[in-house]
Design a protein around this ligand. Structure first.
Ligand SMILES: NC(=O)c1ccc[n+]([C@@H]2O[C@H](COP(=O)([O-])OP(=O)(O)OC[C@H]3O[C@@H](n4cnc5c(N)ncnc54)[C@H](OP(=O)(O)O)[C@@H]3O)[C@@H](O)[C@H]2O)c1
Length: 338
């Protein structure tokens, strides 16, 4: 079987991870990645064997830096069947016309608006909505986190209302420009955009969100209160979470007290870049009282959307019709247990 030809536009935090994840699958391959500047990441991509494509006006800079260039971004568009756009938020929309002109499919990330594609993607919740689509959008790291745990609970018990507070990492570990470096910044535009973003995949869900930016780079942490349609038990909810794909239960009592220890666990598991693709829920922090469910979860912002991008390619390129089969295939290739 020939492999689907994939390009990555924007080889940064998300792009480099999606590139490696795609290359681990047996039904798709990376044809090339794009960079605009000849940075250490461009050099690392070349050293890994990725062909590098650049905008016309960057060719000279790459030549000067001695980094080989295979062609222009336009050339990459001609060479692939699908582009995974991982450029910074709001830059992707500039490329939409170029992908359409080349007649290729394109996946955008959560930094773009839902209206750019009309379809937003999560592997478990709505895999089939992107089946054969020309354009789709993998929702943001926080939205992916919320949907991963809320969708299975809603399927099993039905949710009346969700109230979630997102304690967001100030910036990514490799970025020295973000912040705050000391303090906590509440998002004062309320409710925050995260609730409507969840609705781009689960339009029926009543969800209300607030957010606080914190001086940490490791992970986001969500505190979630769910009003269920019927009474439940802590055991029932834990059973649902244990059976949910890409949700990992850990115990605070086993030493995994916070996000520092969870990222340490990623290193212990020997993951590529010590990534934690799963949404991590503290088992001993899940509690049901009547119809009210309370839990905490941690989201590794740099990597939770990576397996979803792989599944999104499979759905859009009609490689596998069954979501569960695609999820298992991606998980196996990335070393995710469930
Ligand atoms: N980081 C996260 O926590 C996270 C999580 C989930 C989703 N997302 C979403 O994923 C997308 C990418 O975010 P990111 O964090 O990976 O950003 P990033 O680390 O800044 O990477 C973006 C890459 O795009 C390149 N780029 C910049 N301008 C470009 C242009 N005009 N054309 C082509 N490439 C360009 C940049 O490198 P050069 O300019 O050096 O080539 C950079 O490597 C955004 O939509 C973001 O909202 C981010």
């Amino acid at each position: 079987m020939s492999k689907v030809k994939v390009g990555i536009n924007g080889y940064g935090t998300i792009g480099k991870r999606v590139a490696d994840a795609v290359n681990k699958q047996d039904d798709m391959e990376i044809i090339g990645v794009t960079k605009t500047r000849p940075t250490f990441e461009a050099r690392a991509a070349a050293d890994k064997g990725y062909d590098i494509y650049v905008p016309e006006d960057s060719i000279a800079a790459f030549k000067n830096a001695g980094i080989p260039v295979k062609g222009t971004v336009k050339d990459l568009c001609k060479a692939v069947e699908i582009m995974v756009d991982c450029t910074p938020g709001d830059v992707g929309e500039i490329y939409k016309a170029e992908y359409e002109a080349a007649g290729i499919k394109a996946i955008f990330q959560g930094g773009e608006d839902h209206s750019l594609t009309g379809i937003s993607f999560n592997s478990s919740a709505n895999y089939s909505e992107s089946w054969g689509a020309q354009l789709s959008r993998v929702v943001s790291c926080n939205t992916t986190g919320l949907i991963r745990t809320l969708n299975p609970i809603d399927k099993a018990i039905k949710i009346t209302n969700v109230y979630a507070t997102l304690i967001r990492r100030g910036t990514d570990p490799g970025n020295s420009k973000g912040g705050p470096i000391n303090g906590l910044e509440p998002s004062v535009k309320l409710p925050t955009h995260h609730g409507p973003d969840v609705k781009s995949v689960m339009p029926w869900l009543n969800i209300n969100t607030m957010a606080v930016k914190a001086s940490t780079t490791l992970m986001h942490l969500h505190t979630i209160v769910v009003e269920l349609q019927r009474e439940s038990t802590t055991e029932e909810v834990l059973g649902i979470m244990k059976a949910s794909p890409r949700v990992k239960l850990v115990k605070s009592s086993s030493g995994l007290k916070g996000t520092s220890e969870i990222m340490e666990l990623g290193k212990e598991l020997g993951r590529n870049r010590s990534d934690m693709y799963e949404i991590v829920v503290w088992e001993d922090g899940v509690k049901v009282v009547g119809k009210m469910l309370y839990y905490y979860q941690a989201v590794h912002q740099e990597s939770d959307v990576v397996p979803e991008n792989v599944d999104c390619i499979r759905s859009m390129c009609k490689l596998e019709e069954n979501a569960s089969v695609s999820i298992s295939k991606t998980n196996k290739a990335l070393g995710i247990c469930r």
